[in-house]
Design a protein around this ligand. Sequence first.
Ligand code: GAR
Length: 198
Amino acid sequence: MKNIVILISGSGSNMAAIVDAAEQGRWAERLNARVAAVLSNRADAQGLRVAQAHGIVTGVLDHKAFDSREAFDAALMAEIDRSSPDLVVLAGFMRILTPGFVAHYEGRLLNIHPSLLPAFPGLDTHQRAIDAGCQFAGATVHQVTSELDHGAILAQAVVPILPGDTADALGARVLSQEHLIYPRAVANFLRSTDSSRA
Ligand code: GAR
């Protein structure tokens, strides 16, 4: 059985979409995979309660309790590795990861970013897309490398920017597309790494 560990910092709606897809699509049978744990750097992350309601193991590691990014990432790696992950999924995990962390999970670390990468890495993506006069915005699922919001693109969703759009309105439309592409990208990734089906 392949183990997926999902990292969140907030509402965890992408995590919930992946958990729902795993349950409805019965990944356990089709893909021999399950969401083994959901971890957060914030104890107040709403998504933790959602995961618990699905009977998923949760954990909290408060980054403020660590002296350095390296120390936090080392503790986080230890916590993640308790689940022997085949795939680590960043779903609104709002921490910059150290090169050591990224190297440790190389080839099995995915992220979703709320822009059409390579446009608008970083924060405030929707406002920046509106301010730049873009006609389209969207979201990107990509492999994680040590360069922030770079790495091979696995899936994208495109959303039109409407006249008078606000960052919040656009962000909500993009988020609903994220919920479609992230579970699919995770399933595709698991399928592509399933040696028993080769
Ligand atoms: C999502 O829009 C995701 O793309 C974004 O945070 C939101 C998390 O929502 N991620 C980033 O900005 C990462 N740089 P969620 O907690 O409801 O899934």
